[in-house]
Write a protein that binds this ligand. Structure first.
Ligand code: FMN
Length: 441
């Protein structure tokens, strides 16, 4: 049941009363003790494999990163893990996958080390489709032979090969195999990355999917790949260990499909009865490369028939269709203030934090105790200074009132030397280049 407005209460009292810090059973994945999750974040810190060309494996640094962010009964969603060489796409360098035995063993070590924290750890499975273009080791595929055109997205890109029915079958098989690998490695469940213009999203969007067979040409047909994929993976590992991520209002990787509300509503109608552990949505306001304002005005122009000029597209229609039996995670632009109401009002069950979790390993504690957040360092999201992969990755400290172990003390000392920059309210929502100068590197 939604609870009353708690915003005037002191932080700890608010936390005691709010649903944000109440337990939640996440299907068969596990029991959460609170509703704050680590969003999937690609950080490109894998170790190059010396066994398989073009692959990377997780190592100690991932163990440290996830352990720092783990809490008892807290949900951790892994970075996007490519399911094959082809899935990696040309752009995913230094990204550890989960398709070789070496990668599976690597993740097993990470998961084993994280498990004692009591966190619920889910692996996100990824296929880039057309996003990275062809490589020497594999060709890029997509729903259709439509390339990324915009220079903002690094275009014009390579024209991908349109997937044959055989390709579709094989690719779903790759997802299934990697889902099994993830469960065998000890993950509590898997999430399919169905947003951000990657392969599943390339089937959903009408500007990318130009197929005239059963996988294109209508809303129902464009949904088919995602529905079949979910069914195949869920039946391999159990539907209650399965989650799907969607970005119905995303633009990233040139996803400019029409009839978005209808498309994703119909998809949700198909997913609702399946007993999946959750569906994870990205909020319309968030975009990887556009500022919030630019994103919203572009959405407004594109979707003038879908929502009124005084309102933004919301996730509420999807929540209503999915109902309370399919838990909903939301992500995109949440901070220490706006995260409470969305759970307390019943609009979502769990909030996933991305950027602020990079720079605040003890984010859950900070929210619970009403502490300020530290700014993240955008230039170190995907790259690092030569030989220093820890920078911007595992060198952010806990709040000084929340430092217990010797290791935490050392990280704090180092962090203080560099200078701790506190985030200003609203700062995280704007993503234009202006901020790059503000961020220390
Ligand atoms: C550095 C970075 C890497 C990301 N990698 C992924 C990813 O691997 N998979 C995914 O589904 N989303 C990815 N995202 C999106 C985040 O999961 C999240 O939805 C987004 O950052 C919005 O949440 P925030 O406002 O709390 O940062 C990434 C975002 C960032 C900033």
């Amino acid at each position: 049941m939604p609870v009353a407005d708690l915003s005037t209460l002191p932080p700890q009292e608010r936390a005691e009363k709010s649903l944000l810090f109440k337990p939640f059973q996440l299907g068969g994945m596990g029991r959460l003790e609170h509703r704050i999750a680590l969003a999937p974040l690609t950080r490109n810190r894998g170790r190059p494999s010396d066994k398989h060309e073009g692959t990377w494996v997780p190592w100690d640094i991932q163990t440290k990163y996830y352990t720092q962010r783990a809490t008892k009964g807290g949900l951790l969603i892994s970075e996007a893990l490519p399911i094959s060489l082809q899935a990696r796409a040309g752009s995913m360098f230094n990204v550890p996958g989960i398709f070789t035995d070496e990668q599976k063993e690597g993740w097993k070590s990470v998961v084993e080390a994280v498990k004692p924290t009591g966190a619920v750890f889910v692996a996100q499975l990824f296929h880039g489709g057309r996003s990275g273009g062809h490589t020497a080791l594999s060709r890029a595929v997509s729903s259709s032979a439509t390339r990324i055109e915009s220079s903002l997205m690094g275009g014009p890109g390579d024209v991908p090969d349109e997937m044959t029915l055989e390709d579709i079958k094989r690719t779903i098989g790759d997802y299934v195999q990697c889902a099994k690998n993830a469960i065998e490695a000890g993950f509590d469940g898997i999430e399919i990355h169905g947003g951000n213009g990657y392969l599943p999203d390339q089937f959903l969007h009408s500007n990318v999917n130009k197929r005239t067979d059963a996988y294109g040409g209508s809303i129902g047909n464009r949904n088919r790949f995602v529905i079949e994929l979910c069914e195949a993976v869920a039946s391999a590992i159990g539907p209650d260990k399965f989650g799907l991520r969607l970005a119905p209002y995303g633009f990233f990787n040139e996803t400019r499909g029409t009839q978005r509300t209808e498309q994703w509503s119909e998809l949700c109608r198909a997913l609702a009865p399946k007993g999946y552990a959750y569906i994870h949505f990205m909020e319309a306001r968030y975009d990887e490369v556009l500022s919030e304002q630019t994103k919203l005005s572009a959405l407004g122009q594109e979707m003038s028939t879908d929502f009124s000029s005084d309102g933004l597209p919301t996730l509420e229609p999807f929540r209503a269709i999915l109902g309370k039996d399919t838990p909903m995670i939301v992500a995109g632009g949440y901070d220490t203030e706006n995260c409470w109401e969305v759970v307390d009002s019943g609009r979502a069950d769990i909030i996933a934090f991305g950027r602020f979790f990079t720079s605040n390993p003890d984010l859950v504690w900070r929210i619970q105790n009403g502490k300020e957040l530290v700014k993240y360092i955008r230039p170190l999201f995907y790259v690092w200074p030569e030989g220093k992969p820890a920078q911007g990755y595992v060198d952010f400290a806990n709040h000084e009132e929340n430092v217990h172990t010797q290791e935490e003390k050392l990280v704090l000392e180092e962090h203080k030397k560099r200078g701790i920059v506190v985030a200003k309210p609203g700062w995280q929502l704007s993503q234009d280049g202006v901020q790059l100068g503000e961020i220390f590197v």
